[in-house]
Design a protein around this ligand. Structure first.
Ligand code: GNR
Ligand code: NI
Length: 169
């Protein structure tokens, strides 16, 4: 298992629309292991392939307390959504900044699983938030893009400052 380097904002790789995965392969299976390892080490509750510089539609999530409920989804799509929830989100690609984001609270997701089977699953609350945050990554979208103009400008200024400080140290 390998801990992979995280791609940080403003890397352009985070802005690309990722390619659908045609089929499950051994290489992809190994990549998913590395993604889980990288996510747990970070630590994070989700990770999308473009965050480790792979421009393919693959995400991993584990929102459980005991970190024993890994879920890998390939070519995930939200097919229905309802409700609304506000959560303070963060992102491993924008370390140090957090913002309250509104999203649907209940979703129906269609995807391929690690075994190459098509599945549909319902998700709600934090699991729904996390899956939507990861699918956004596959479409080149970041949580700060959900903010309105002034809030977004302010938080990105804060991020820039934090990155400059991190570089200086
Ligand atoms: O670790 C993460 N925590 C988190 C908290 C609230 C909403 C979304 C997330 S996902 C984030 C990991 C990450 O950046 N995934 O892309
Ligand atoms: Ni993220």
């Amino acid at each position: 298992m390998q801990k992979l380097d995280l791609v940080l904002f403003p890397d352009e790789g985070l802005r690309e629309v990722c390619a659908p995965v045609p089929e499950m392969t051994d290489d992809l299976d190994r990549l998913i292991d590395d993604m889980f390892y990288t996510m747990y080490e970070a630590p994070g509750i989700g990770l999308a392939a473009p965050q480790i510089a792979v421009q393919q539609r693959v995400i991993v999530v584990d929102v459980s307390e005991d970190k024993k409920q890994p879920l890998a989804l390939i070519n995930p799509e939200v097919v229905r959504s309802a409700g609304q929830i506000t959560w303070e989100e963060g992102c491993l690609s924008l370390p140090g900044i957090y913002a309250h984001i509104d999203r649907p609270s209940d979703i129906l997701v269609r995807a391929m699983n690690r075994d190459g089977q098509m599945i549909e699953m319902e998700a709600s609350d934090l699991m729904a938030i996390c899956i939507q945050h990861e699918i956004d990554h596959l479409n080149g979208k970041l949580f700060v893009d959900h903010l309105s103009g002034l809030k977004r400008t302010r938080i990105l200024q804060k991020y820039k400052k934090l990155q400059a400080e991190a570089k200086a140290n």
